[in-house]
Design a protein around this ligand. Structure first.
Ligand SMILES: [Zn+2]
Length: 139
């Protein structure tokens, strides 16, 4: 069943499979050696980080979701954003909102503009706050 869902997600474009260029894999390997995590990173881990680095270089904002400390370390080293499931809780992680850091106006995550329509400041992203009064703590 998971496999069928996966295939459907690929077919309708919700999931894309991408391989990093070798240049970025090499950069990640070099970086991993510096922090001493190279022996802990699998080939898949390296490719994941390399792809994130490649997307970042292209001006995109990749985020890696992982509880693996080696991946987190190397991501940090390369200024790649990452989030841990264990720390955030998966429900909150999947709901994002864009907001203006200057005037705090919020925008839906799928809007097309990158700057605040009120004051022109570049928008940032944060996990959506729960609106219910009862506070749920995931930590
Ligand atoms: Zn604003």
């Amino acid at each position: 069943m998971a496999r069928v869902r996966f295939n459907v997600a690929i077919e309708n474009g919700k999931v894309k499979i991408k391989m990093p260029q070798e240049e970025y894999s090499n950069r990640i390997k070099t970086s991993a050696k510096k922090v001493g995590d190279s022996y802990l990173l699998s080939e898949t881990d390296t490719q994941l980080l390399a792809l994130a680095l490649e997307l970042k270089t292209q001006g995109q904002y990749p985020e890696i979701i992982t509880d693996d400390y080696s991946i987190q370390n190397v991501a940090k080293q390369n200024n790649i954003e990452f989030y841990a499931l264990a720390t955030f809780g998966i429900r909150r992680l999947l709901e994002w909102v864009r907001y203006c850091p200057a005037c705090y106006k919020e925008y839906p995550i799928n809007n097309s503009f990158n700057v605040c329509q009120v004051c022109g400041t570049e928008l940032k992203r944060k996990p959506k706050q729960k609106t219910s009064k009862k506070r749920v703590n995931y930590f």
